[in-house]
Design a protein around this ligand. Structure first.
Ligand code: KG4
Ligand code: ZN
Length: 354
Protein backbone atom coordinates (compact mmCIF):
# COMPACT_ATOMS: atom_id res chain seq x y z
CA UNK A 1 0.00 0.00 0.00
CA UNK A 2 1.05 3.56 -0.67
CA UNK A 3 0.96 6.11 2.14
CA UNK A 4 1.54 9.85 1.89
CA UNK A 5 3.28 11.14 5.04
CA UNK A 6 3.19 14.79 6.12
CA UNK A 7 5.51 16.20 8.80
CA UNK A 8 5.51 19.79 10.08
CA UNK A 9 6.16 19.51 13.83
CA UNK A 10 9.13 21.86 14.03
CA UNK A 11 10.86 23.98 11.39
CA UNK A 12 10.76 21.54 8.46
CA UNK A 13 8.00 20.89 5.97
CA UNK A 14 8.15 17.26 4.88
CA UNK A 15 6.13 15.11 2.52
CA UNK A 16 6.94 11.54 1.50
CA UNK A 17 5.38 8.53 -0.15
CA UNK A 18 6.20 5.05 1.08
CA UNK A 19 5.26 1.71 -0.35
CA UNK A 20 4.74 -0.83 2.41
CA UNK A 21 3.36 -4.32 2.76
CA UNK A 22 2.71 -6.73 5.58
CA UNK A 23 4.64 -9.96 5.76
CA UNK A 24 3.19 -12.85 3.88
CA UNK A 25 4.26 -16.48 4.18
CA UNK A 26 7.95 -16.78 3.40
CA UNK A 27 8.49 -13.03 3.18
CA UNK A 28 8.71 -10.19 5.67
CA UNK A 29 7.31 -6.73 6.13
CA UNK A 30 8.76 -4.13 3.89
CA UNK A 31 8.65 -0.40 3.81
CA UNK A 32 10.29 1.45 0.90
CA UNK A 33 10.65 5.16 0.39
CA UNK A 34 9.35 6.26 -3.02
CA UNK A 35 9.96 9.94 -2.30
CA UNK A 36 11.02 11.99 0.71
CA UNK A 37 10.96 15.76 0.24
CA UNK A 38 11.97 18.29 2.87
CA UNK A 39 11.87 22.07 2.80
CA UNK A 40 13.63 23.69 5.68
CA UNK A 41 13.68 27.15 7.15
CA UNK A 42 17.11 26.31 8.60
CA UNK A 43 18.92 29.07 6.66
CA UNK A 44 16.52 31.59 8.22
CA UNK A 45 16.89 30.04 11.65
CA UNK A 46 20.63 29.68 11.25
CA UNK A 47 20.82 33.47 11.40
CA UNK A 48 18.68 33.65 14.56
CA UNK A 49 20.53 30.78 16.33
CA UNK A 50 17.28 28.95 17.08
CA UNK A 51 13.75 28.40 15.87
CA UNK A 52 11.23 31.24 15.96
CA UNK A 53 7.86 29.42 15.96
CA UNK A 54 5.89 32.02 14.04
CA UNK A 55 8.51 32.29 11.31
CA UNK A 56 8.59 28.48 11.03
CA UNK A 57 4.80 28.23 10.65
CA UNK A 58 4.60 31.04 8.10
CA UNK A 59 7.27 29.33 6.00
CA UNK A 60 5.43 26.02 6.27
CA UNK A 61 2.24 27.59 4.89
CA UNK A 62 4.27 28.59 1.82
CA UNK A 63 6.00 25.23 1.44
CA UNK A 64 3.34 22.63 2.24
CA UNK A 65 1.54 22.30 -1.13
CA UNK A 66 4.70 22.54 -3.31
CA UNK A 67 6.45 19.94 -1.11
CA UNK A 68 3.50 17.54 -1.31
CA UNK A 69 3.28 18.05 -5.07
CA UNK A 70 6.97 17.27 -5.41
CA UNK A 71 6.72 14.16 -3.23
CA UNK A 72 3.82 12.81 -5.31
CA UNK A 73 5.66 13.63 -8.54
CA UNK A 74 8.86 11.88 -7.46
CA UNK A 75 6.82 8.82 -6.49
CA UNK A 76 5.23 8.86 -9.97
CA UNK A 77 1.79 9.35 -8.52
CA UNK A 78 -0.37 11.20 -11.01
CA UNK A 79 -3.81 10.35 -9.60
CA UNK A 80 -3.45 10.48 -5.82
CA UNK A 81 -7.20 9.99 -5.35
CA UNK A 82 -6.79 6.55 -6.97
CA UNK A 83 -3.21 5.57 -6.20
CA UNK A 84 -2.82 6.48 -2.53
CA UNK A 85 -4.16 4.23 0.21
CA UNK A 86 -3.89 6.57 3.18
CA UNK A 87 -2.51 9.86 4.49
CA UNK A 88 -0.44 9.90 7.71
CA UNK A 89 0.25 13.18 9.46
CA UNK A 90 2.14 14.27 12.57
CA UNK A 91 -0.29 15.55 15.21
CA UNK A 92 2.30 16.18 17.98
CA UNK A 93 4.41 16.82 19.93
CA UNK A 94 5.76 20.02 18.45
CA UNK A 95 5.07 23.68 17.83
CA UNK A 96 1.33 24.33 17.62
CA UNK A 97 1.44 26.72 14.65
CA UNK A 98 3.63 24.30 12.68
CA UNK A 99 1.56 21.22 13.56
CA UNK A 100 -1.63 22.99 12.49
CA UNK A 101 -0.26 23.60 8.99
CA UNK A 102 0.37 19.87 8.45
CA UNK A 103 -2.80 18.66 10.14
CA UNK A 104 -5.08 21.08 8.28
CA UNK A 105 -3.42 20.27 4.95
CA UNK A 106 -3.73 16.51 5.54
CA UNK A 107 -7.34 16.92 6.62
CA UNK A 108 -8.25 18.84 3.46
CA UNK A 109 -6.54 16.27 1.22
CA UNK A 110 -8.17 13.33 3.04
CA UNK A 111 -11.56 14.97 2.51
CA UNK A 112 -11.03 15.84 -1.14
CA UNK A 113 -9.42 12.51 -2.10
CA UNK A 114 -11.62 10.51 0.26
CA UNK A 115 -8.65 8.78 1.95
CA UNK A 116 -8.24 7.29 5.44
CA UNK A 117 -6.38 9.69 7.72
CA UNK A 118 -3.83 8.34 10.23
CA UNK A 119 -2.74 10.60 13.13
CA UNK A 120 0.91 9.96 14.01
CA UNK A 121 2.88 10.74 17.17
CA UNK A 122 6.15 12.33 16.00
CA UNK A 123 8.14 10.30 18.56
CA UNK A 124 6.78 7.05 17.12
CA UNK A 125 7.76 8.43 13.73
CA UNK A 126 11.40 8.64 14.83
CA UNK A 127 11.31 5.07 16.13
CA UNK A 128 9.66 3.71 12.96
CA UNK A 129 12.42 5.17 10.78
CA UNK A 130 14.13 1.93 11.81
CA UNK A 131 11.63 -0.10 9.79
CA UNK A 132 12.43 1.67 6.53
CA UNK A 133 14.50 -0.28 4.00
CA UNK A 134 17.86 1.15 2.90
CA UNK A 135 17.81 3.38 -0.15
CA UNK A 136 18.56 2.38 -3.74
CA UNK A 137 17.54 -1.24 -3.39
CA UNK A 138 15.34 -2.85 -6.00
CA UNK A 139 11.92 -3.36 -4.44
CA UNK A 140 12.15 -7.11 -4.52
CA UNK A 141 15.25 -7.24 -2.35
CA UNK A 142 14.78 -6.71 1.33
CA UNK A 143 18.15 -6.48 3.06
CA UNK A 144 17.13 -5.44 6.53
CA UNK A 145 17.07 -8.03 9.26
CA UNK A 146 13.58 -8.21 10.74
CA UNK A 147 13.14 -6.25 13.95
CA UNK A 148 12.02 -8.69 16.59
CA UNK A 149 10.14 -7.78 19.76
CA UNK A 150 10.44 -6.91 22.54
CA UNK A 151 12.58 -3.97 21.50
CA UNK A 152 14.12 -1.10 23.43
CA UNK A 153 14.15 2.30 21.74
CA UNK A 154 16.26 5.31 22.63
CA UNK A 155 14.77 8.47 21.16
CA UNK A 156 17.34 11.26 21.15
CA UNK A 157 16.29 14.44 19.39
CA UNK A 158 16.22 18.18 19.82
CA UNK A 159 13.12 18.00 21.97
CA UNK A 160 13.29 14.54 23.54
CA UNK A 161 15.49 11.99 25.25
CA UNK A 162 13.40 8.94 26.09
CA UNK A 163 13.83 5.23 26.68
CA UNK A 164 10.83 3.12 25.70
CA UNK A 165 10.08 -0.56 25.70
CA UNK A 166 8.14 -1.82 22.67
CA UNK A 167 6.40 -5.14 23.31
CA UNK A 168 4.59 -5.17 19.97
CA UNK A 169 3.46 -2.60 17.43
CA UNK A 170 1.21 -0.19 19.32
CA UNK A 171 2.24 -1.56 22.72
CA UNK A 172 4.77 0.84 24.17
CA UNK A 173 5.91 1.44 27.73
CA UNK A 174 7.82 4.60 28.62
CA UNK A 175 10.76 3.83 30.93
CA UNK A 176 12.26 7.27 31.49
CA UNK A 177 13.24 10.53 29.89
CA UNK A 178 14.95 13.82 30.40
CA UNK A 179 14.10 15.89 33.44
CA UNK A 180 15.32 19.11 31.80
CA UNK A 181 17.07 19.67 28.46
CA UNK A 182 16.98 17.01 25.76
CA UNK A 183 20.35 15.77 24.49
CA UNK A 184 20.00 17.61 21.16
CA UNK A 185 18.82 20.77 22.89
CA UNK A 186 21.91 20.70 25.15
CA UNK A 187 24.17 20.23 22.11
CA UNK A 188 22.43 23.13 20.34
CA UNK A 189 22.84 25.42 23.39
CA UNK A 190 26.48 24.43 23.87
CA UNK A 191 27.09 24.97 20.16
CA UNK A 192 25.79 28.53 20.58
CA UNK A 193 28.09 29.08 23.60
CA UNK A 194 31.02 27.99 21.45
CA UNK A 195 29.99 30.26 18.56
CA UNK A 196 29.21 27.30 16.28
CA UNK A 197 26.49 27.37 13.62
CA UNK A 198 22.96 26.15 14.40
CA UNK A 199 22.10 23.32 14.90
CA UNK A 200 24.90 22.62 17.36
CA UNK A 201 24.77 18.79 17.25
CA UNK A 202 26.36 18.23 13.83
CA UNK A 203 28.72 21.19 14.35
CA UNK A 204 29.96 19.72 17.64
CA UNK A 205 30.40 16.34 15.94
CA UNK A 206 32.64 17.96 13.31
CA UNK A 207 34.63 19.98 15.88
CA UNK A 208 35.08 16.95 18.15
CA UNK A 209 37.09 15.21 15.42
CA UNK A 210 39.88 17.78 15.89
CA UNK A 211 39.64 17.75 19.69
CA UNK A 212 42.21 16.26 22.05
CA UNK A 213 40.60 13.45 24.04
CA UNK A 214 40.27 14.12 27.79
CA UNK A 215 41.43 17.76 27.56
CA UNK A 216 38.28 18.49 29.59
CA UNK A 217 35.89 16.27 31.52
CA UNK A 218 32.29 17.36 31.99
CA UNK A 219 29.73 15.93 34.44
CA UNK A 220 27.50 12.97 33.65
CA UNK A 221 24.37 13.73 35.71
CA UNK A 222 22.12 10.87 36.90
CA UNK A 223 24.39 8.35 35.19
CA UNK A 224 24.45 5.96 38.12
CA UNK A 225 21.20 6.81 39.92
CA UNK A 226 19.44 3.59 38.88
CA UNK A 227 16.63 5.40 37.05
CA UNK A 228 16.09 5.69 33.32
CA UNK A 229 15.90 9.46 33.53
CA UNK A 230 18.35 11.90 32.00
CA UNK A 231 19.50 15.43 32.79
CA UNK A 232 21.61 17.53 30.45
CA UNK A 233 21.20 21.09 31.72
CA UNK A 234 24.16 20.72 34.12
CA UNK A 235 26.39 19.87 31.20
CA UNK A 236 25.54 23.17 29.55
CA UNK A 237 26.31 25.03 32.80
CA UNK A 238 29.66 23.21 33.17
CA UNK A 239 30.62 24.17 29.62
CA UNK A 240 29.55 27.77 30.24
CA UNK A 241 31.84 27.93 33.30
CA UNK A 242 34.76 26.57 31.28
CA UNK A 243 34.10 29.00 28.42
CA UNK A 244 33.94 31.95 30.83
CA UNK A 245 37.43 31.09 32.12
CA UNK A 246 38.93 31.54 28.66
CA UNK A 247 39.67 35.09 27.43
CA UNK A 248 39.28 34.08 23.82
CA UNK A 249 38.16 30.72 22.58
CA UNK A 250 40.92 29.31 20.41
CA UNK A 251 39.93 26.85 17.64
CA UNK A 252 41.70 24.07 19.58
CA UNK A 253 39.80 24.93 22.75
CA UNK A 254 36.48 24.82 20.85
CA UNK A 255 37.45 21.42 19.44
CA UNK A 256 38.48 20.14 22.88
CA UNK A 257 35.28 21.34 24.56
CA UNK A 258 33.25 19.80 21.72
CA UNK A 259 35.05 16.49 22.18
CA UNK A 260 34.43 16.45 25.93
CA UNK A 261 30.78 17.50 25.48
CA UNK A 262 30.13 14.73 22.99
CA UNK A 263 31.91 12.24 25.25
CA UNK A 264 29.73 13.15 28.23
CA UNK A 265 26.47 12.93 26.25
CA UNK A 266 27.41 9.59 24.68
CA UNK A 267 28.64 8.12 27.95
CA UNK A 268 25.30 8.87 29.65
CA UNK A 269 23.18 7.67 26.71
CA UNK A 270 25.06 4.39 26.33
CA UNK A 271 25.26 3.66 30.08
CA UNK A 272 21.57 4.32 30.74
CA UNK A 273 20.44 2.39 27.67
CA UNK A 274 22.64 -0.50 28.69
CA UNK A 275 21.10 -0.56 32.17
CA UNK A 276 17.66 -0.77 30.55
CA UNK A 277 18.83 -3.60 28.29
CA UNK A 278 20.04 -5.53 31.32
CA UNK A 279 16.77 -5.05 33.17
CA UNK A 280 14.38 -5.89 30.31
CA UNK A 281 15.46 -8.77 28.18
CA UNK A 282 14.86 -7.41 24.73
CA UNK A 283 15.79 -8.76 21.32
CA UNK A 284 16.39 -5.50 19.49
CA UNK A 285 17.83 -2.10 20.27
CA UNK A 286 16.60 0.82 18.18
CA UNK A 287 18.35 4.16 18.06
CA UNK A 288 16.31 7.10 16.76
CA UNK A 289 15.96 10.88 16.56
CA UNK A 290 18.25 13.59 15.19
CA UNK A 291 21.13 12.93 17.61
CA UNK A 292 21.28 9.31 16.44
CA UNK A 293 22.80 10.64 13.18
CA UNK A 294 25.96 11.12 15.26
CA UNK A 295 28.51 8.58 14.03
CA UNK A 296 30.44 8.50 17.31
CA UNK A 297 27.24 7.63 19.17
CA UNK A 298 26.39 4.87 16.70
CA UNK A 299 29.94 3.50 16.97
CA UNK A 300 29.81 3.64 20.78
CA UNK A 301 26.70 1.44 20.79
CA UNK A 302 28.26 -0.99 18.31
CA UNK A 303 31.45 -1.25 20.39
CA UNK A 304 29.48 -1.80 23.57
CA UNK A 305 27.52 -4.64 21.93
CA UNK A 306 30.72 -6.24 20.66
CA UNK A 307 32.50 -5.81 23.98
CA UNK A 308 29.57 -7.38 25.89
CA UNK A 309 29.20 -10.11 23.28
CA UNK A 310 25.39 -10.03 23.40
CA UNK A 311 23.05 -11.36 20.75
CA UNK A 312 21.01 -8.18 20.62
CA UNK A 313 20.11 -6.86 17.17
CA UNK A 314 21.12 -3.24 16.85
CA UNK A 315 19.34 -0.86 14.47
CA UNK A 316 19.87 2.79 13.61
CA UNK A 317 18.05 4.50 10.72
CA UNK A 318 19.94 5.78 7.70
CA UNK A 319 21.38 9.13 8.72
CA UNK A 320 19.01 11.24 6.62
CA UNK A 321 16.09 9.44 8.24
CA UNK A 322 17.31 10.24 11.78
CA UNK A 323 16.42 13.93 11.64
CA UNK A 324 12.84 15.06 11.02
CA UNK A 325 11.33 13.75 7.78
CA UNK A 326 7.96 12.60 6.48
CA UNK A 327 8.95 9.06 5.40
CA UNK A 328 9.22 8.06 9.07
CA UNK A 329 5.72 9.46 9.68
CA UNK A 330 4.30 7.41 6.81
CA UNK A 331 6.12 4.30 8.15
CA UNK A 332 4.70 4.85 11.66
CA UNK A 333 1.28 5.22 10.06
CA UNK A 334 1.68 1.90 8.29
CA UNK A 335 2.58 0.01 11.48
CA UNK A 336 0.09 1.86 13.71
CA UNK A 337 -2.78 2.33 11.27
CA UNK A 338 -5.58 3.54 13.51
CA UNK A 339 -7.49 6.01 11.37
CA UNK A 340 -9.56 8.98 12.45
CA UNK A 341 -12.41 10.77 10.64
CA UNK A 342 -11.09 14.04 9.21
CA UNK A 343 -13.65 15.96 11.29
CA UNK A 344 -12.03 14.70 14.51
CA UNK A 345 -8.29 15.07 13.93
CA UNK A 346 -6.54 17.78 15.93
CA UNK A 347 -2.98 18.84 16.69
CA UNK A 348 -1.64 18.17 20.19
CA UNK A 349 1.65 19.96 20.95
CA UNK A 350 1.97 18.12 24.30
CA UNK A 351 1.45 14.59 22.94
CA UNK A 352 3.72 12.04 24.63
CA UNK A 353 4.16 8.27 24.71
CA UNK A 354 0.99 7.28 26.57
O1 KG4 B 1 14.89 14.70 15.50
P1 KG4 B 1 15.26 16.07 15.14
O2 KG4 B 1 15.50 16.40 13.70
O3 KG4 B 1 14.21 17.11 15.64
C1 KG4 B 1 13.46 16.96 16.81
O4 KG4 B 1 12.45 16.22 16.77
O5 KG4 B 1 13.88 17.58 17.80
O6 KG4 B 1 16.55 16.40 16.01
C2 KG4 B 1 17.23 17.60 15.89
C3 KG4 B 1 18.41 17.54 16.85
C4 KG4 B 1 19.13 18.86 16.99
O7 KG4 B 1 19.27 19.15 18.36
C5 KG4 B 1 20.49 18.59 16.34
O8 KG4 B 1 21.54 19.32 16.93
C6 KG4 B 1 20.64 17.11 16.58
O9 KG4 B 1 19.35 16.57 16.40
N1 KG4 B 1 21.57 16.48 15.62
C7 KG4 B 1 22.75 15.94 15.96
C8 KG4 B 1 23.36 15.49 14.75
N2 KG4 B 1 22.50 15.77 13.72
C9 KG4 B 1 21.41 16.38 14.27
N3 KG4 B 1 23.36 15.79 17.15
C10 KG4 B 1 24.57 15.21 17.17
N4 KG4 B 1 25.21 14.78 16.06
C11 KG4 B 1 24.64 14.89 14.84
N5 KG4 B 1 25.29 14.45 13.76
ZN1 ZN C 1 11.95 15.01 15.57
Amino acid sequence: MKILGIETSCDETGAAVIDAANARAGSKDHCYVLSNVLATSLPLHGTTGGIIPEIAAREQIKYSIPVIKQALGQANITHPEKELDAIAVTIGPGLIGSLLVGVETAKALAFVWNKPLIPVNHLFGHIYANWIEPKFLPHSISKKAPISFPALALVVSGGHTDLVLIQQHQQVKWLGGTRDDAAGEALDKIGRLLGLPYPGGPAIEQQAKQGTPKAFRFPRPLMHDGSFDFSFSGLKTAVLREVQKEKTLSPQCIANVSHATQDAVIDVLVTKTWNALKKYSVQSLLLSGGVSANQTLRDAFRSKIEEQNTSINFFAPEKELCTDNAAMIAAAGFYNPTTIPWQQISANPELYFD
